[in-house]
Design a protein around this ligand. Sequence first.
Ligand code: SF4
Ligand code: SF4
Length: 352
Amino acid sequence: MATMASTLSGRPPDVKEVHIVWITAGLGCDGDTISVTNAEQPSIEDVILGAIPGLPKVHLHNPVLAKEVGNEFMEYFYRAERGELDPFIFVVEGSIPNETIKREGYWAAQGTDPETGQPITTCEWIDRLAPKAWAVVAAGTCATYGGIHAMEGNPTGCMGLADYLGWDFRSVADIPIVNVPGCPVQPDNFMETALYLLYQAAGLSPMIPLDERLRPTWLFGKTVHEGCDRAGYYEQSDFAHEYGSPKCLVKIGCWGPVVNCNVTKRGWMRGVGGCPNVGGICIACTMPGFPDKFRRDVFGRRGRRLRRANPQAAQHHQQYRQQGTELAASGAASHHRLSATNVLVSTATATL
Ligand code: SF4
Ligand code: SF4
């Protein structure tokens, strides 16, 4: 009898099962995992319970969500390493510390090596599993670009996954790292990306389209500003000067004009939310270089003329997020910080 998958797609998926092996042991707060539990387009439950036509059977191994604990949970990681879970999607959550800049100890680890009794560092798990994964996904801004942990002056030398593995990394299926930034990641953005990759694994979708920062283009191709409910006020140069106003928040620090994020269109949960839509400035949490590059020390001043666009300046992060055996100097960070002097914040007619 034809399955639902074969009935709707014309043929069954190329693979019957896909494992998602998810490590949350980067420098992070597990907030991306918690955020994703709110997804509905699709939900985790719909994916793993087989409610979505065309998908292979999906097995999720996430330490926060798994019913297994301790060695029983760790067994999935060993099996993935031995090639017993192929194909698997490797999800990394949290910033990647630099374990080579110190003489002893470790920054982050998951599990204990049964032979040595020593912790298995997060970096070692990435080294073991990324080369064997069908696809590698960085979930949240910490994993994608370094995030809060990679702020100027941090002692860990941490970085994003692509800084660690190389921006030209390719999985065994020849797929680049897939970055889904957000602090935390927007729930449906992550699950929609996972769904795309699962369809791709099933042979039912083409190569996932990514931009130069390895983000899914259909999710991060527009700015916060382009989808904001307050854009009409902006157009009329009618600005809020304090929180609680329904007007455009650019004068009190909104970075929406140069930030790639879709939450003003998509909302946060069930279409509700999206920072400026509901009263909060965009702090640029999805962006490379967040948070250092987007501090508000200059941005918030009144009387400053708005400048011409330089959206590309917002797409690159600080050079101290990198591999190496020495903690890279972060003093240069201030030179890379964006300000109202080099970022577009308005049309030419408006002034701060
Ligand atoms: S500057 Fe911010 S608050 Fe104003 S319209 Fe753009 S995104 Fe919305
Ligand atoms: S609107 Fe800005 S602060 Fe809010 S989620 Fe998007 S990038 Fe982050």
